[in-house]
Design a protein around this ligand. Structure first.
Ligand code: NAD
Length: 317
């Protein structure tokens, strides 16, 4: 019997022609997301029963969903963060989880740069005012010569360090695992979280959302932050306590924030929507043509490996 696989990420459609051949070659029956958007728990639960493998984006692969899976052998994450997948339940059911590390690092690092400059130079406000017929000359800040703090020096944090060469920055990093060899090569230094928060003009977050990192940046951490600093978050919304961030921005403690991710997406009820010093994007960090192709190819290869009984290249353990 042919394996049946479900593919949910909408952007997969745009690169389908480049990857679908690999699945067809294996004679897999492919079911594309019939809803054209991120699936709800109920929708995914309704589709998963028959599937041998799934390629998922940020759809909720919860315990309730996995309970319905009868034949599932692999959850192939199209991306890096696996916070939408109940890893314990998957393990309990013997379902392997894979992901695509590095596939979207450059895309997210470049968006991070875009958010930094948009906040520092108020590009969003200037664009809006110009369209409205006003000719306000906003005074911004330069990045060169400043101190940048990177929280999380994995694939994205490291790509950001590479892209920032040439800005004469002092770069401070914080991570739970220190790679001192890399730090020496790049001329960056690891410091404590408190030291990073107290000394950075721009702080950028690049770590996964886990039990340990939920509300990692809250009132206490924001009280350490240098007045006039900028916070950029392209990782996961839950890492920042949004009410604490809102208060720090409203009180003028922070110059601004650039956010690609939110605790609740879309952030329709968020008070952050009312602040002009917040630049918001719609979780587009990985959404470039290049990253989409990388993620799709790697996710398909991981899925095929597991279904063929081989060791996948990128197993989440
Ligand atoms: P990665 O796994 O390569 O790096 C994560 C880093 O965070 C690692 O160095 C790890 O040691 C560190 N870390 C983990 N837990 C920590 C903790 N408790 N304290 C300190 N450091 C900790 O991941 P990556 O590819 O760099 O991606 C980072 C995150 O960015 C992903 O987990 C994902 O949630 C997010 N992301 C967002 C988008 C987007 O569209 N905006 C796209 C890709 C990834």
């Amino acid at each position: 019997m042919a394996f049946k696989v479900l593919i949910t990420p909408r952007s997969f459609e745009t690169v389908k022609d480049k990857c679908i051949g690999l699945l067809e070659k294996e004679n897999f029956e492919v079911v594309m997301n019939p809803y054209g958007r991120v699936l709800t728990e109920e929708e995914l639960a309704g589709l998963i029963e028959e599937m041998d493998g799934i390629i998922v984006g940020i759809d909720p692969v919860t315990s309730k969903v996995l309970e319905k899976a009868k034949r599932l052998k692999v959850i192939s994450k199209y991306g890096v963060g696996v916070d939408n997948i109940d890893l314990e339940k998957a393990k309990e059911k013997g379902i392997l989880v894979t992901n695509t590390p590095g596939a979207n690092s450059n895309a997210v690092a470049e968006l991070t740069l875009g958010l930094i400059f948009t906040v520092l130079r108020k590009i969003n406000l200037s664009d809006r005012k110009t369209r409205e017929g006003s000719w306000e000359r906003f005074v911004g800040y330069e990045l060169s010569g400043k101190t940048l703090g990177i929280i999380g020096t994995g694939n994205i944090g490291r790509r950001l360090v590479k892209l920032l060469k040439g800005f004469d920055l002092r770069i401070l990093c914080y991570d739970k695992d220190l790679d001192l060899e890399w730090a020496a090569e790049e001329g960056i230094i690891y410091v404590s979280l408190e030291e990073l928060l107290k000394n950075s003009d721009v702080i950028s977050i690049h770590m996964p959302l886990t039990k340990e990192t939920y509300h990692f940046i809250s009132d206490k951490e924001l009280s350490f932050v240098k007045p006039g600093a900028v916070i950029i978050n392209t990782s996961r919304g839950g890492i920042i306590d949004e009410m604490a961030l809102y208060n720090a921005l409203k009180e003028g403690k922070l110059l601004g924030a650039g956010l690609d991710v939110f605790e609740k997406e879309p952030p329709i009820d968020s008070p952050l929507l009312n602040l002009e010093n917040v630049v918001m994007t719609s979780h587009i960090g990985a959404h470039t043509q290049e990253a989409t192709e990388n993620m799709a190819k790697m996710a398909v290869e991981n899925l095929i490996s597991v279904l063929k009984g081989e060791k996948p290249k990128f197993l989440v353990e």
